[in-house]
Design a protein around this ligand. Structure first.
Ligand code: AMP
Ligand code: MG
Length: 490
């Protein structure tokens, strides 16, 4: 049976639309004037069963012109460790859900104007930050890491004031749900017991049906979120992704990477790297992320107390985070190094590698990709064939020694070197969204040219492929080029 093209998709109400006002409410949008296509993600569109776009009808719809009464929701959160009170969808409008082969998917516009939760904001998103969110959502999906998706980017000449005058844009985000830890915190903090119970029940039914069968469903849900968050943190660490603003209002209840702002990927390896210029204390530095993931699960645990009512069981659940994370991380780094079997020495070899990378500020993505394409004969003699920008000086005895130890460890693996290399190339990306790449796409788009955005999005969606024509995008910025500084301003 061929799919019927859906030119006018029937949006259904989001799963949380039954929450009482003001926790969920219908609002109007302020459409973007003179919208232009920035990009239409044809790969995602076809997986959602949207055969028709990028049509004029979709351009109108995704710039806020045609859907009459979308929804927005209330949430709260802890920002940089401090209770921030009511936040909510200040610039996000849910158009509704599409029924897809992957189940209902919520379609949300970011930047379509004011809502009752806009506080001091203008309800807009600038082209710069929208491009970053658009590209990184798809880069993470390409890496196989749970994330919200991005269906389209629409630009407009509408001026928006940030540090300088910029122009507005809208990213269309897609996810089974954008529910955050902060949604639970909001209802719990204000003692809205009935609404909390209602939110819990619908999240349980829609996304955690297995937990409903457990003796303590709320505890089971907490445990599942802990497991997913621990796995997500390990996945972030394994690709060097730094989120930048891991506040509880930016943490997905489904374990998705959510709300791309001042994020970054590690380049010259530094475990203490802080990607967000606004994060003065380094609360969300790369090495801190797992701890902050655990802290955020603690905030969810507190919010769920009225439903769990068992402090000891809650503590026991939170105590599983570290072990779960460590196991996922070790497994992740083993896979990056091409190891399937477990050996006593593995953790030490990984530690030694990271210490050398830290000392020499080695390019994180470049090093693991170089190991993935290495001829075993070179490793045996303690050499690494890699471009100079990777930053490994294998004439240094420490590196030679590590590379030989690595080679010996690899020979204990059951498969052939060819199989191992193929597996490693499917795990260690050639391409990640380095800040200067996003900047290149932003500057072209600000000049009206979206070709770079389009090509970069496609390369990032398949980051394990060679794409030889785009090899320069695998490299860090040229030495001496201006540093891209990202902060919470978007
Ligand atoms: P963020 O820092 O983007 O995660 O946003 C934190 C809170 O501020 C959320 O409630 C957002 O909806 C809100 N917010 C951020 N930027 C704006 C804006 N330009 N207009 C209205 N609300 C915003
Ligand atoms: Mg946010």
């Amino acid at each position: 049976m061929t799919a019927v093209p859906q030119e006018d998709p029937p949006f259904s109400a989001p799963h949380w639309s039954g929450l009482p006002a003001p926790h969920a409410q219908r609002v109007r949008m302020q459409p973007l004037p003179q919208p232009v296509w920035g990009d239409w993600n044809e790969a995602l569109a076809s997986s959602l069963g949207l055969a028709a776009g990028p049509s004029t009808a979709w351009l109108q719809r995704l710039s806020g012109h045609t859907v009459a009464a979308p929804w927005c929701s209330a949430y709260a959160g802890h920002q940089f460790g401090v209770w921030a009170g009511l936040l909510g969808d200040g610039r996000a409008h849910t158009l509704g859900c599409l029924n897809t082969e992957q189940g209902p998917q919520e379609i949300q516009l970011k930047g379509a104007g004011l809502t009752p939760f806009s506080r001091m904001g203008d309800g807009r998103a600038v082209l710069r930050s929208s491009i970053r969110e658009y590209l990184c959502s798809e880069a993470m999906a390409g890496l196989g890491i749970p994330t919200t998706r991005a269906l389209a980017l629409v630009g407009s000449p509408l001026p928006v004031q940030r540090e300088t005058r910029e122009t507005a844009a809208i990213v269309t985000r897609v996810a089974p749900s954008f529910m955050r830890i902060g949604h639970f915190e909001h209802l719990s903090h204000h003692g809205h017991r009935d609404a909390l119970r209602q939110l819990f029940a619908l999240v349980l039914e829609d996304f955690f049906p297995a937990c409903a069968a457990e003796a303590q469903p709320a505890l089971a849900l907490l445990q599942t979120v802990i497991e997913r968050t621990a796995r997500l943190m390990a996945q972030w660490q394994c690709v060097g992704f730094c989120h930048g603003v891991m506040n509880t209002d930016n943490m997905s209840i489904l374990g998705l990477t959510l709300d791309y702002g001042p994020f970054g990927f590690l380049e010259a390896y530094d475990a203490q790297h802080i990607c967000n210029h606004s994060d003065r204390s380094g609360r969300y530095a790369y090495a801190q992320q797992p701890l902050m993931g655990w802290w955020n699960c603690g905030a969810l645990a507190s919010a769920l107390q009225p439903l769990i009512q068992d402090a000891q069981a809650t503590q026991n659940a939170l105590d599983t985070f570290e072990t779960l994370f460590e196991a996922n991380l070790l497994e992740g780094f083993r896979a990056k190094l091409g190891w399937r079997i477990h050996q006593e020495e593995d953790a030490l070899l990984i530690q030694q590698l990271l210490a050398l990378m830290q000392r020499d500020r080695v390019d994180f993505t470049g090093l693991f990709r170089a190991l993935s394409v290495q001829e075993p004969s070179a490793l045996r003699t303690g050499r690494l064939q890699a471009p100079s920008w990777v930053g490994v000086d294998s004439s240094h005895p420490d590196w030679a020694q590590w590379l030989q130890a690595y080679d010996r460890r690899c020979t204990q693996e059951p498969g052939s070197p060819q199989e191992r290399r193929a597996a490693m190339q499917g795990i260690n990306p050639k391409y990640v969204l380095r800040n200067h790449l996003a900047q290149e796409a932003i500057e072209a788009a600000q000049g009206g040219d979206f070709q770079c955005l389009h090509a970069l999005r496609q390369v990032l969606q398949s980051p394990f492929q060679e794409h030889p024509e785009w090899s320069r995008w695998a490299q860090p910025a040229a030495p001496g080029s201006p540093q891209v500084c990202v902060s919470c301003s978007s």
